[in-house]
Design a protein around this ligand. Structure first.
Ligand SMILES: Cc1cc2nc3c(=O)[nH]c(=O)nc-3n(C[C@H](O)[C@H](O)[C@H](O)COP(=O)(O)OP(=O)(O)OC[C@H]3O[C@@H](n4cnc5c(N)ncnc54)[C@H](O)[C@@H]3O)c2cc1C
Ligand code: FES
Length: 282
Protein backbone atom coordinates (compact mmCIF):
# COMPACT_ATOMS: atom_id res chain seq x y z
CA UNK A 1 0.00 0.00 0.00
CA UNK A 2 1.34 3.43 -0.95
CA UNK A 3 1.98 5.54 2.18
CA UNK A 4 1.54 8.95 0.52
CA UNK A 5 -1.81 8.59 -1.23
CA UNK A 6 -3.30 5.39 0.14
CA UNK A 7 -3.57 3.85 -3.31
CA UNK A 8 -2.65 0.29 -4.08
CA UNK A 9 -0.20 1.08 -6.79
CA UNK A 10 0.81 4.43 -8.30
CA UNK A 11 0.40 3.14 -11.87
CA UNK A 12 -3.30 2.56 -11.17
CA UNK A 13 -4.05 5.94 -9.53
CA UNK A 14 -6.37 7.04 -12.36
CA UNK A 15 -6.74 3.71 -14.13
CA UNK A 16 -9.77 1.67 -13.08
CA UNK A 17 -9.51 -2.09 -12.83
CA UNK A 18 -12.35 -4.19 -14.20
CA UNK A 19 -14.62 -5.70 -11.54
CA UNK A 20 -17.43 -8.18 -12.26
CA UNK A 21 -20.69 -8.26 -10.33
CA UNK A 22 -20.93 -11.68 -8.67
CA UNK A 23 -24.25 -11.03 -6.97
CA UNK A 24 -26.67 -8.14 -6.45
CA UNK A 25 -29.94 -7.95 -4.53
CA UNK A 26 -32.26 -5.26 -3.13
CA UNK A 27 -31.97 -4.38 0.58
CA UNK A 28 -34.49 -1.50 0.82
CA UNK A 29 -36.45 0.60 -1.70
CA UNK A 30 -33.26 2.61 -2.39
CA UNK A 31 -30.31 0.47 -1.21
CA UNK A 32 -28.84 -2.43 -3.16
CA UNK A 33 -26.26 -4.98 -2.09
CA UNK A 34 -23.42 -5.84 -4.52
CA UNK A 35 -20.67 -8.45 -4.44
CA UNK A 36 -17.81 -7.77 -6.88
CA UNK A 37 -14.67 -9.64 -7.88
CA UNK A 38 -11.51 -8.53 -9.63
CA UNK A 39 -10.08 -11.47 -11.55
CA UNK A 40 -7.00 -12.92 -9.88
CA UNK A 41 -6.69 -10.03 -7.39
CA UNK A 42 -7.98 -8.85 -4.04
CA UNK A 43 -9.16 -5.23 -3.74
CA UNK A 44 -6.67 -5.01 -0.84
CA UNK A 45 -8.70 -2.65 1.36
CA UNK A 46 -8.75 -2.10 5.12
CA UNK A 47 -12.01 -1.54 7.06
CA UNK A 48 -13.25 2.03 6.56
CA UNK A 49 -11.72 2.60 3.12
CA UNK A 50 -13.65 3.39 -0.05
CA UNK A 51 -13.23 2.84 -3.79
CA UNK A 52 -14.30 4.87 -6.83
CA UNK A 53 -16.78 2.88 -8.96
CA UNK A 54 -17.20 3.94 -12.58
CA UNK A 55 -19.46 3.30 -15.50
CA UNK A 56 -18.03 4.52 -18.82
CA UNK A 57 -20.01 7.45 -20.25
CA UNK A 58 -21.88 8.04 -16.99
CA UNK A 59 -19.39 8.82 -14.24
CA UNK A 60 -17.74 7.77 -10.98
CA UNK A 61 -18.89 7.56 -7.37
CA UNK A 62 -16.97 6.90 -4.13
CA UNK A 63 -18.49 3.92 -2.28
CA UNK A 64 -17.33 2.36 1.01
CA UNK A 65 -16.26 -1.25 1.11
CA UNK A 66 -18.66 -3.15 3.36
CA UNK A 67 -17.00 -6.56 3.60
CA UNK A 68 -14.06 -7.38 5.85
CA UNK A 69 -10.64 -7.89 4.24
CA UNK A 70 -10.71 -11.29 5.99
CA UNK A 71 -13.26 -12.32 3.32
CA UNK A 72 -11.15 -13.36 0.34
CA UNK A 73 -11.92 -13.55 -3.38
CA UNK A 74 -14.54 -10.79 -3.60
CA UNK A 75 -15.67 -7.60 -1.87
CA UNK A 76 -19.10 -6.23 -0.99
CA UNK A 77 -20.76 -2.81 -1.12
CA UNK A 78 -24.20 -1.29 -0.53
CA UNK A 79 -25.22 1.44 -2.94
CA UNK A 80 -28.01 3.94 -2.27
CA UNK A 81 -29.70 5.26 -5.40
CA UNK A 82 -29.50 9.09 -5.27
CA UNK A 83 -28.43 10.25 -8.75
CA UNK A 84 -27.07 9.30 -12.12
CA UNK A 85 -24.11 7.02 -11.26
CA UNK A 86 -25.86 5.20 -8.42
CA UNK A 87 -29.02 4.76 -10.54
CA UNK A 88 -26.93 3.27 -13.34
CA UNK A 89 -25.24 0.91 -10.87
CA UNK A 90 -28.69 -0.20 -9.66
CA UNK A 91 -29.53 -1.11 -13.26
CA UNK A 92 -26.69 -3.66 -13.51
CA UNK A 93 -26.97 -7.41 -12.97
CA UNK A 94 -24.68 -10.34 -12.09
CA UNK A 95 -22.04 -10.82 -14.77
CA UNK A 96 -21.93 -7.11 -15.74
CA UNK A 97 -18.63 -5.26 -15.30
CA UNK A 98 -17.71 -1.84 -13.90
CA UNK A 99 -14.47 0.09 -13.26
CA UNK A 100 -12.95 0.24 -9.76
CA UNK A 101 -10.20 2.58 -8.54
CA UNK A 102 -8.76 2.28 -5.08
CA UNK A 103 -8.93 1.45 -2.26
CA UNK A 104 -8.50 4.99 -0.95
CA UNK A 105 -8.66 6.84 2.32
CA UNK A 106 -7.79 6.18 5.94
CA UNK A 107 -9.09 3.13 7.79
CA UNK A 108 -10.35 2.18 11.25
CA UNK A 109 -7.08 1.48 13.15
CA UNK A 110 -8.21 -1.94 14.37
CA UNK A 111 -4.79 -3.53 14.53
CA UNK A 112 -3.68 -0.77 16.93
CA UNK A 113 -6.73 -1.31 19.15
CA UNK A 114 -6.02 -4.90 20.19
CA UNK A 115 -6.95 -5.44 23.84
CA UNK A 116 -9.35 -2.47 23.89
CA UNK A 117 -13.10 -2.58 24.48
CA UNK A 118 -15.05 -1.25 21.50
CA UNK A 119 -18.39 0.51 21.12
CA UNK A 120 -19.72 1.04 17.61
CA UNK A 121 -22.56 3.42 16.68
CA UNK A 122 -23.85 2.71 13.16
CA UNK A 123 -26.90 4.55 11.89
CA UNK A 124 -28.58 4.11 8.52
CA UNK A 125 -26.17 3.72 5.65
CA UNK A 126 -23.35 4.43 8.13
CA UNK A 127 -23.57 0.74 8.99
CA UNK A 128 -22.15 -0.03 5.51
CA UNK A 129 -18.48 0.93 6.14
CA UNK A 130 -18.77 -0.19 9.77
CA UNK A 131 -19.82 -3.71 8.71
CA UNK A 132 -16.30 -4.15 7.31
CA UNK A 133 -14.89 -3.37 10.78
CA UNK A 134 -17.57 -5.40 12.59
CA UNK A 135 -16.87 -8.57 10.60
CA UNK A 136 -13.11 -8.01 10.94
CA UNK A 137 -13.50 -7.78 14.74
CA UNK A 138 -15.76 -10.86 14.83
CA UNK A 139 -13.18 -12.82 12.79
CA UNK A 140 -10.48 -11.80 15.30
CA UNK A 141 -12.74 -11.69 18.35
CA UNK A 142 -10.06 -12.81 20.86
CA UNK A 143 -7.95 -9.75 19.99
CA UNK A 144 -10.47 -7.36 21.57
CA UNK A 145 -12.26 -6.92 24.91
CA UNK A 146 -15.94 -6.12 25.36
CA UNK A 147 -17.74 -5.29 22.12
CA UNK A 148 -20.90 -3.14 22.10
CA UNK A 149 -22.66 -2.71 18.77
CA UNK A 150 -25.48 -0.12 18.58
CA UNK A 151 -27.45 0.29 15.33
CA UNK A 152 -30.27 2.65 14.38
CA UNK A 153 -32.54 3.15 11.39
CA UNK A 154 -35.35 5.59 10.65
CA UNK A 155 -37.98 2.84 10.33
CA UNK A 156 -38.33 -0.90 9.68
CA UNK A 157 -38.26 -0.48 5.89
CA UNK A 158 -34.75 1.03 6.07
CA UNK A 159 -33.08 -1.75 8.11
CA UNK A 160 -29.91 -3.09 6.47
CA UNK A 161 -28.22 -6.50 6.82
CA UNK A 162 -31.25 -7.89 8.67
CA UNK A 163 -30.00 -11.52 8.61
CA UNK A 164 -26.60 -10.48 9.93
CA UNK A 165 -28.18 -8.33 12.64
CA UNK A 166 -30.12 -11.43 13.77
CA UNK A 167 -26.83 -13.28 14.09
CA UNK A 168 -25.18 -10.39 15.96
CA UNK A 169 -28.16 -10.32 18.34
CA UNK A 170 -27.66 -14.04 19.11
CA UNK A 171 -23.85 -13.80 19.38
CA UNK A 172 -22.96 -14.05 23.10
CA UNK A 173 -19.55 -12.43 22.56
CA UNK A 174 -21.11 -9.05 21.71
CA UNK A 175 -23.77 -6.75 23.12
CA UNK A 176 -25.97 -5.88 20.16
CA UNK A 177 -28.76 -3.29 20.45
CA UNK A 178 -30.95 -1.85 17.71
CA UNK A 179 -33.41 1.02 17.61
CA UNK A 180 -35.81 2.58 15.12
CA UNK A 181 -36.69 6.30 15.12
CA UNK A 182 -40.26 5.30 14.27
CA UNK A 183 -41.65 1.88 15.16
CA UNK A 184 -44.65 0.07 13.67
CA UNK A 185 -46.91 -2.82 14.72
CA UNK A 186 -44.26 -5.40 13.72
CA UNK A 187 -41.42 -3.77 15.69
CA UNK A 188 -40.98 -5.03 19.27
CA UNK A 189 -37.62 -3.38 19.95
CA UNK A 190 -36.44 0.03 21.16
CA UNK A 191 -37.96 3.15 19.65
CA UNK A 192 -36.01 6.40 19.60
CA UNK A 193 -32.78 7.84 18.22
CA UNK A 194 -29.52 5.94 18.71
CA UNK A 195 -28.55 7.87 21.86
CA UNK A 196 -31.57 6.28 23.63
CA UNK A 197 -29.57 3.02 23.62
CA UNK A 198 -26.66 4.49 25.59
CA UNK A 199 -28.29 4.19 29.08
CA UNK A 200 -28.62 0.41 28.44
CA UNK A 201 -24.83 -0.05 28.21
CA UNK A 202 -23.46 2.90 30.21
CA UNK A 203 -22.73 0.92 33.38
CA UNK A 204 -20.79 -1.74 31.47
CA UNK A 205 -18.53 0.67 29.55
CA UNK A 206 -15.16 1.72 30.95
CA UNK A 207 -14.34 4.92 29.00
CA UNK A 208 -10.65 4.62 29.92
CA UNK A 209 -10.26 1.36 27.98
CA UNK A 210 -12.93 1.80 25.29
CA UNK A 211 -12.71 3.22 21.79
CA UNK A 212 -15.93 4.42 20.11
CA UNK A 213 -16.62 4.42 16.37
CA UNK A 214 -19.43 6.60 14.98
CA UNK A 215 -20.77 6.57 11.41
CA UNK A 216 -24.18 7.85 10.41
CA UNK A 217 -26.11 10.91 9.30
CA UNK A 218 -24.47 14.29 10.12
CA UNK A 219 -27.01 15.18 12.85
CA UNK A 220 -26.14 12.08 14.88
CA UNK A 221 -22.45 12.85 15.47
CA UNK A 222 -22.98 15.86 17.72
CA UNK A 223 -25.39 14.09 20.07
CA UNK A 224 -23.44 10.83 20.36
CA UNK A 225 -20.20 12.77 20.94
CA UNK A 226 -21.85 14.86 23.71
CA UNK A 227 -22.98 11.66 25.48
CA UNK A 228 -19.58 9.99 25.12
CA UNK A 229 -17.75 13.05 26.46
CA UNK A 230 -20.14 13.17 29.43
CA UNK A 231 -19.29 9.51 30.12
CA UNK A 232 -15.59 10.46 30.25
CA UNK A 233 -14.41 9.51 26.77
CA UNK A 234 -11.37 11.44 25.54
CA UNK A 235 -11.51 12.78 21.94
CA UNK A 236 -8.58 10.58 20.88
CA UNK A 237 -10.74 7.55 21.71
CA UNK A 238 -13.66 8.67 19.52
CA UNK A 239 -13.32 7.74 15.84
CA UNK A 240 -15.64 9.12 13.17
CA UNK A 241 -15.94 8.64 9.42
CA UNK A 242 -16.94 11.75 7.46
CA UNK A 243 -18.60 11.63 4.08
CA UNK A 244 -18.03 14.65 1.87
CA UNK A 245 -18.73 15.22 -1.81
CA UNK A 246 -15.76 13.63 -3.59
CA UNK A 247 -14.77 13.47 -7.20
CA UNK A 248 -11.22 12.28 -7.81
CA UNK A 249 -10.69 10.58 -4.44
CA UNK A 250 -6.95 11.19 -4.65
CA UNK A 251 -6.33 14.82 -3.57
CA UNK A 252 -6.41 16.50 -6.99
CA UNK A 253 -9.81 18.14 -7.55
CA UNK A 254 -10.49 19.88 -4.21
CA UNK A 255 -14.17 18.82 -4.07
CA UNK A 256 -13.88 17.24 -0.62
CA UNK A 257 -12.19 20.15 1.20
CA UNK A 258 -13.09 21.13 4.76
CA UNK A 259 -11.29 24.36 5.63
CA UNK A 260 -8.41 23.42 3.32
CA UNK A 261 -8.15 19.79 4.48
CA UNK A 262 -8.85 17.13 1.84
CA UNK A 263 -11.14 14.46 3.32
CA UNK A 264 -10.17 11.96 0.60
CA UNK A 265 -6.52 12.24 1.69
CA UNK A 266 -6.69 12.72 5.47
CA UNK A 267 -9.93 10.77 5.95
CA UNK A 268 -12.65 9.65 5.72
CA UNK A 269 -11.77 8.05 9.09
CA UNK A 270 -10.55 10.52 11.76
CA UNK A 271 -10.05 10.54 15.50
CA UNK A 272 -12.07 13.39 16.98
CA UNK A 273 -9.00 15.14 18.42
CA UNK A 274 -7.59 15.30 14.86
CA UNK A 275 -10.48 17.44 13.55
CA UNK A 276 -11.56 19.39 16.65
CA UNK A 277 -10.04 22.61 15.17
CA UNK A 278 -12.19 22.29 12.00
CA UNK A 279 -15.47 24.10 12.78
CA UNK A 280 -17.21 22.80 9.64
CA UNK A 281 -16.21 19.16 10.08
CA UNK A 282 -19.16 17.98 12.20
C1 LIG B 1 -16.00 8.25 1.36
C2 LIG B 1 -17.40 8.05 0.84
C3 LIG B 1 -18.02 6.84 1.01
C4 LIG B 1 -19.32 6.65 0.51
N1 LIG B 1 -19.88 5.41 0.69
C5 LIG B 1 -21.09 5.19 0.18
C6 LIG B 1 -21.69 3.88 0.29
O1 LIG B 1 -21.11 2.95 0.86
N2 LIG B 1 -22.90 3.70 -0.27
C7 LIG B 1 -23.58 4.73 -0.91
O2 LIG B 1 -24.69 4.49 -1.40
N3 LIG B 1 -23.06 5.96 -1.00
C8 LIG B 1 -21.83 6.21 -0.49
N4 LIG B 1 -21.30 7.47 -0.63
C9 LIG B 1 -22.09 8.53 -1.29
C10 LIG B 1 -21.97 8.38 -2.81
O3 LIG B 1 -20.64 8.61 -3.20
C11 LIG B 1 -22.88 9.39 -3.52
O4 LIG B 1 -24.22 9.12 -3.18
C12 LIG B 1 -22.69 9.26 -5.02
O5 LIG B 1 -21.45 9.78 -5.40
C13 LIG B 1 -23.80 9.99 -5.78
O6 LIG B 1 -23.52 9.89 -7.16
P1 LIG B 1 -24.67 10.00 -8.24
O7 LIG B 1 -24.01 10.25 -9.56
O8 LIG B 1 -25.56 8.80 -8.15
O9 LIG B 1 -25.49 11.25 -7.75
P2 LIG B 1 -25.50 12.73 -8.40
O10 LIG B 1 -26.27 12.65 -9.68
O11 LIG B 1 -24.09 13.27 -8.44
O12 LIG B 1 -26.27 13.50 -7.27
C14 LIG B 1 -27.64 13.23 -6.96
C15 LIG B 1 -28.00 13.89 -5.65
O13 LIG B 1 -27.25 13.32 -4.57
C16 LIG B 1 -26.52 14.32 -3.90
N5 LIG B 1 -25.21 13.76 -3.56
C17 LIG B 1 -24.28 13.31 -4.41
N6 LIG B 1 -23.19 12.87 -3.73
C18 LIG B 1 -23.46 13.07 -2.43
C19 LIG B 1 -22.73 12.84 -1.22
N7 LIG B 1 -21.49 12.33 -1.20
N8 LIG B 1 -23.31 13.17 -0.07
C20 LIG B 1 -24.55 13.70 -0.06
N9 LIG B 1 -25.28 13.94 -1.15
C21 LIG B 1 -24.74 13.64 -2.32
C22 LIG B 1 -26.42 15.49 -4.87
O14 LIG B 1 -26.30 16.72 -4.22
C23 LIG B 1 -27.73 15.37 -5.60
O15 LIG B 1 -28.77 15.96 -4.88
C24 LIG B 1 -20.01 7.70 -0.15
C25 LIG B 1 -19.39 8.93 -0.31
C26 LIG B 1 -18.09 9.13 0.18
C27 LIG B 1 -17.44 10.44 -0.02
S1 FES C 1 -12.08 14.16 -3.91
FE1 FES C 1 -10.73 15.28 -5.21
S2 FES C 1 -9.45 16.27 -3.75
FE2 FES C 1 -10.63 14.95 -2.52
Amino acid sequence: MCESCGCHDHDSLYMPQVATIVKTSPMTNRDRFFEFKIDGKELGHRPGQFAELSIPGIGEAPISVSSSPTKKGSFEMVIRRVGKVTAALHGLKAGDTIGVRGPYGTHFPLDELKGKDLVIFGAGIGLVPLRSAINYILDKRDDYGKFFLLCGFTDASQRLFTDEMDQWRKNKSITFLETLDRGDASWKGNIGVITTLIPKIKDQVNPKNTVAFIVGPPVMYKFVILELRSMGFKDQNIIVSLERRMKCGVGKCGHCQIEGMYVCQKGPVFTLDGISNLVEAL
